[in-house]
Design a protein around this ligand. Sequence first.
Ligand code: SAH
Ligand code: SF4
Ligand code: F3S
Length: 436
Amino acid sequence: MAEPKKLFIKTYGCQMNVYDSERMAEALGNDGYVKSETAEDADMVLLNTCHIRERASEKLYSDLGRLRKLKLAKPEMKIGVAGCVAQAEGDEILRRTPFVDLVVGPQTYHRLPQMLRSNTQQIDTEFPTEDKFDLLPARKVQRGPSAFLTVQEGCDKFCAFCVVPYTRGTEVSRPVARILSEARGLVERGVRDITLLGQNVNAYHGAHDSGDFSLSKLLRLLAGIDGLERLRYTTSHPNDMDDDLIAAHGDLPKLMPYLHLPVQSGSNRILKAMNRKHTAESYLRLIERIRDARPDILLSSDFIVGFPGETEQDFDDTMSLIRSVNYGAAYSFKYSARPGTPAAEKPELDAETTDRRLYALQALITEQQRAIQEGMVGRVVGVLYDKHGRNPGQMVGKSDHLHAVHVDDAHGVVGELVQVRITGSKTNSLSGVRLV
Ligand code: SAH
Ligand code: SF4
Ligand code: F3S
């Protein structure tokens, strides 16, 4: 029998890219590729890229520079570029780095095995009419107890700073039946915790025999799967949080008390310039309603600091919003002008101001995060073990609120969902003892 070929995939960007990388590895697995831990001993290297900020897409070219040297020593090695930079700059990639064998966008990676069989350079960045999920092999590989499941792709919101509507295309929802069978398949292979993914996941409206399903209806259906213990979804837009989705947080025990709800800014002037179509006040009212439904919910958000035209007052408004919400976690980014987006036409702020604001915002978030973590001490929470800890007799898992928890438990098993009393809080994790 022929030696299996080795595949190394490097994934940049969001969870949807993580999911896509798994699916690509499975598709190539059917063609005899097995995963490799390093690029050095791989027969095929695939870079699954992100275009969201300039720094993210520049990483691709520095990685390709290193791969060029590997390929000089091993000319039969194939190099592929997938993901959002492939979609946005496919032709430029082939021009700047002609040793790349193939470029494939996020909507056409089901064609990867076929592209690989060719001996000429290949590019495919179409938005095809067929559904790639129908054509990809069924999912087989699963290690840990947690999995991502993409239910929706693309975005029609066109926030003024964002490339996603251009790289991922318009909003598309997968049909309910396909999601249900993928979820059941994951559970059969030991998954107990599923995070539904979409660039705009709460805008989900997938086809079902009884008419279109909203995200809340989909969650209610998935909650009925025996053996599936936890559900989450990400990323949501504030304007798509409908009444039933808010209610689901109150009446679906499997829906975990954690919600990532990006606001980007607390200034109405900036939100308008960003084309976000919500205000700071409407966001705060929404948070209040979500907390009424699920009082212990932990909230997280994304922030962009230094958007064109952001004044000191605008930034203060963002800081006030953060104080009003009290976040358990947040991602914050310096604004990065992206070619082709409306905001890129506007003059940028000086780097010093943006740096200072980012630092202040992150300090405030860290303070809130720490206080919320410390508030967990003494409480009993569910923890799903996902691996053994570094110390003997220790397990590591995620709490209901998505905190990493180290638990002293000599008999713990990966995939077990246990009750834990939290006894301590460190910078990025909690510690606790198992009950019963
Ligand atoms: N669909 C999601 C997130 C998309 S991208 C949403 O609407 O929230 C993830 C995050 O990257 C965004 O929430 C935003 O905070 C950040 N981001 C997107 N474009 C950016 C840019 N040009 N500069 C800096 N941060 C950006
Ligand atoms: Fe980008 Fe999210 Fe806005 Fe869509 S809603 S354009 S993905 S930031
Ligand atoms: Fe990046 Fe594309 Fe995700 S631009 S954040 S990988 S949708």
